[in-house]
Design a protein around this ligand. Structure first.
Ligand code: ARG
Length: 495
């Protein structure tokens, strides 16, 4: 089948192409394949609310400067508002032949209000229009994702509160290393994600400048009030340089880079959940609502949501690379390449938002197995550092203490024992400084409690860290308990 035939169904009618809009220069309609190739409305119609907001701010400003009359501005604004309602209701009819969101809205407006609709685009280009739309959309998206991260943190704060007494091995190189509190581990995740939140809000702040009035590239001859339209859209100020305003998308790179970082964090959390739900670890059981079975192996309960979260990270990192490569090598100012910015930006936000939601629910309802964690601690020589520290605290140089302890561990391995099962003689055979008090030092609870520094896992430190996180959330207007309860997590009860 010929390519054109196969595509017939979704190829817009070239007779309706925007060539008419380009005016006298064009005699032939756009080639059908070229039209399909360049039309972006399927993707950028998502910008319709921002596009209309931008147009309203622009036309009001034009009226204030006498570029259009107040009556004309009223007519245009009314038309735009009815379109906004239809867009919100989903009844607005999009036409791929009209290329993009901007021309769809403007053409429909003019159909409805007559030729005066054509005045909306005075002193404006789609170049400053689309840059404005994207800044508005992405600013809001950054704030919304930041709020989602806050909800994730609320669940972590509550899960941490009910796992303060649960000890598990902390790992380095994925080898059992030293005992920590599960709450301490969950709070580490919270810190990682809170920085992502900060990066998103930083990006939102920096992008909060208005390109409107920069027109195609060199501003315009009309006496615009750029401050007025900037303020109307909640921007801090008009952008300082017209070429830059229409010719860069670094603000999108910044936002998507923050999302990629966040996705990588969520992926690492997911990897731990996947590991912890293996029979080998057995540290966590995810609720049925977030796991699936196997069609052939009845015993299976697979942590698919965590695996998918890990897998979807590739998309978000890809979205970032997509944007960077698209921009690389573009001369100033606007180039049509930039139309390709939307799909990766939307995809990155959608993917991270969904991942935050699904993992938040999975974590809220996961059951942690304190006994399995403790068993892993017992078998893992997580108390070896205690022995070395015990000697070092009694004046033995740490390097020597380390060596002595290593020999004790070797002996345990050979005899199938753990350190606390060695008789005092065995300790003393390696170093004469050992006495009975070594056994108290080997107690895991004691080991954790002695790590009583800011940032450490001692109980008081962890409780303080939870309280501090809750205060942070409180200051942001997040009701931690309400959010966590809605997800089925409560601060009452055990792990
Ligand atoms: N759909 C276009 C985009 O997203 C709008 C700007 C088009 N500008 C132009 N000069 N063709 O980039």
């Amino acid at each position: 089948m010929a390519r054109d035939e196969r595509r017939d169904g979704d190829t817009p009618d070239p007779r309706a192409t925007p060539q008419a809009t380009w005016g006298g220069r064009f005699e032939e309609p756009l080639d059908a394949v070229a039209l399909r190739y360049s039309a972006s409305v399927d993707v950028d119609k998502r910008l319709a609310p921002e596009d209309i907001r931008g147009s309203l701010a622009h036309v009001r400003m034009l009226a204030s400067r006498g570029v259009v009359s107040e009556a004309e501005a009223d007519t245009i604004a009314k038309g735009l508002e009815t379109i906004a309602v239809e867009v919100a209701e989903g009844s607005f009819v999009w036409d791929a032949a009209r290329e993009d969101v901007h021309m769809n809205i403007e053409a429909t407006l003019t159909e409805r209000v007559g030729p005066v609709g054509g005045k909306l685009h005075t002193a404006r280009s789609r170049n400053d229009q689309v840059a404005t739309d994207m800044r508005l959309w992405t600013r809001e998206a950054c704030r919304a994702t930041a709020a989602r991260i806050d909800r994730f943190l609320a669940v972590l704060a509550v899960r941490a509160a009910n796992t303060v007494d649960v000890l598990l091995p902390g790992y380095t190189h994925l080898q059992r290393a030293q005992p920590v509190r599960l709450a301490h581990h969950l709070l580490a995740w919270a810190e990682m994600l809170d920085r992502d939140r900060g990066r998103l809000l930083d990006a939102a702040r920096r992008m909060n400048e208005s390109p409107l009035g920069c027109a195609a590239l060199a501003s315009t001859t009309f006496p615009l009030d750029r401050e007025m339209s900037a303020r109307a859209l909640g921007f801090d100020r008009p952008m300082r340089n017209s070429l830059d305003a229409v010719g860069d998308r670094d603000f999108l790179v910044e936002a998507v880079a923050a999302l990629a970082n966040c996705a990588v964090h969520l992926s690492r959390i997911s990897e731990e959940l996947v590991l912890w739900s293996t029979q080998e670890f057995g540290f966590v059981t995810m609720s049925d609502a977030y796991t699936t079975g196997s069609s052939i192996m009845p015993q299976k309960k697979n942590p698919d949501m965590a695996e998918l979260a890990r897998g979807k990270t590739g998309r978000v990192v890809g979205d970032l690379v997509n944007l960077l490569v698209m921009l690389k090598g573009l001369p100033l100012a606007y180039n049509r390449d930039m139309q390709e910015d939307k799909a990766p930006v939307f995809d990155a936000f959608d993917t991270v938002d969904d991942t935050l939601d699904v993992l938040r629910g999975a974590l809220a309802t996961a059951r942690f197995d304190a006994a399995r964690m403790r068993a892993a601690l017992r078998d893992g020589f997580a108390d070896a550092t205690e022995v070395a520290d015990w000697l070092a605290a009694r004046g033995v140089p740490f390097r020597e203490a380390h060596h002595v302890t290593g020999r004790l561990v070797g002996r345990c391995v050979a005899e199938g024992k753990v350190l606390s099962e060695l008789p005092l003689d065995a300790f003393r055979a390696e170093h004469e400084a050992f006495d009975e008090s070594i056994y108290a030092a080997l107690d895991l609870e004691t080991a954790v409690e002695r790590r009583d520094l800011p940032g450490g896992p001692a109980k008081a430190r962890v409780r303080a860290a939870i309280a501090e996180l809750r205060e942070r959330l409180d200051a942001r207007g997040v009701d931690t308990d309400a959010v966590a309860a809605a997800d089925g997590a409560s601060s009452e009860g055990g792990a």
